[in-house]
Structure formats: structure tokens, C-alpha cells
Ligand binder design. Structure first.
Ligand code: IDP
Ligand code: MG
Length: 142
């Protein structure tokens, strides 16, 4: 079966940005063969973060997560390639960086810095619907 050509929304979160890991994340994306379509560096606002993380509203980690995501610059990227939505999730590894497999971005580079927020370097869209919704938040008009 041929995988769908698709786009995914990737964020290098404030922990990854502050540690100078944006280039390393983008390197892994390009090394995998995905194409960079759009790139921005910005400090996210509360409104776009509430939209981005709407599915987690009301969970105990929601407000700390939003605070963390506003704590400094992030790099937002739209990537493109066959199967890049699940493909980038594989590159990223599982949510908890302590448990994420070596070889993945979170497994190799992420760790728990002792805060209530799970700092894990990157975000990646989890479905075509999420990708379309998230791309519209971070890259309106794309
Ligand atoms: P994902 O980023 O792997 O898709 P989600 O479950 O969608 O994981 O959670 C969104 C983000 O919220 C995670 O990447 C992480 O930064 C944070 N998070 C998720 N679960 C927890 C938790 O149990 N405690 C603290 N932060 C969490
Ligand atoms: Mg998620």
C-alpha cells in the first residue's frame, strides 16, 4: 500500500529550543526524507495554545503545560512526506521522555527536569484531522 502524501505540524518546544536542539530535530526530519514546507520561531500566546491543546483542557497538566509552552521561543514547522504524521510520531518517541526508546528524539534528547510538566522536546500531530487543525493555528493562510 502506498502511504498518503501528507503534512504534519511539528513544534520544537521551549525546552528543546532553549537547549539549542532545533537544528538537531530538523536534521532528523530531513534525514528521514521529509520536506520542510514552513518554519517560524515565535513565543506562543495563550490563545493559540488553548486552541492547540484544546483536547487536554481540564486535565491536571493543562495549565502547567500552557505556562511551559509560553515560557520562551518555540520553532513551529510544517513538514511533508508520505506517512509523515505517524512517521514523525515514531521519530519523536513516546510522550514520557524517560520511557521513550533510545534512537528517538525524546529518548535520546529529552528528560524530566523535575517540573510538573512533562518536557519532551517536540510536538507532532497525531492524525490528519489534528494536522489540518494545528497547521491552521500556527500557519494561518498556508
Ligand atoms: P503527545 O505530545 O505525545 O501527543 P499528549 O498526551 O497529547 O502527548 O500530551 C500533550 C503534552 O502534554 C505532552 O507532550 C506533554 O508535554 C504534556 N503531558 C502529557 N501527559 C502529561 C502528564 O501526565 N503530566 C505532565 N505533562 C503531560
Ligand atoms: Mg498529543
Amino acid at each position: 500500500m502506498t502511504e498518503q502524501l501528507e503534512r504534519s505540524l511539528v513544534l520544537v518546544k521551549p525546552d528543546g529550543f532553549a537547549r539549542g536542539l532545533t537544528g538537531e530535530v530538523l536534521r532528523r526530519i530531513e534525514a528521514k526524507g521529509y520536506r520542510l514546507v514552513a518554519l517560524r520561531v515565535l513565543v506562543p500566546g495563550v490563545e493559540e495554545l488553548h486552541r492547540h491543546y484544546a483536547e487536554h483542557e481540564g486535565k491536571p497538566f493543562f495549565e502547567p503545560l500552557v505556562e511551559f509552552m509560553m515560557s520562551g521561543p518555540v520553532t513551529a514547522a510544517v513538514i511533508e512526506g508520505q506517512g509523515c504524521i505517524p512517521g514523525f510520531r515514531s521519530l519523536a518517541g513516546t510522550t514520557n521522555p524517560t520511557e521513550a526508546a533510545p534512537g528517538t528524539i525524546r529518548g535520546d534528547l529529552g528528560r524530566d527536569w523535575g517540573t510538573t510538566v512533562q518536557q519532551n522536546i517536540v510536538h507532532g500531530s497525531d492524525s490528519p484531522e489534528s494536522a489540518a487543525r494545528e497547521i491552521a493555528i500556527w500557519f494561518p493562510g498556508l
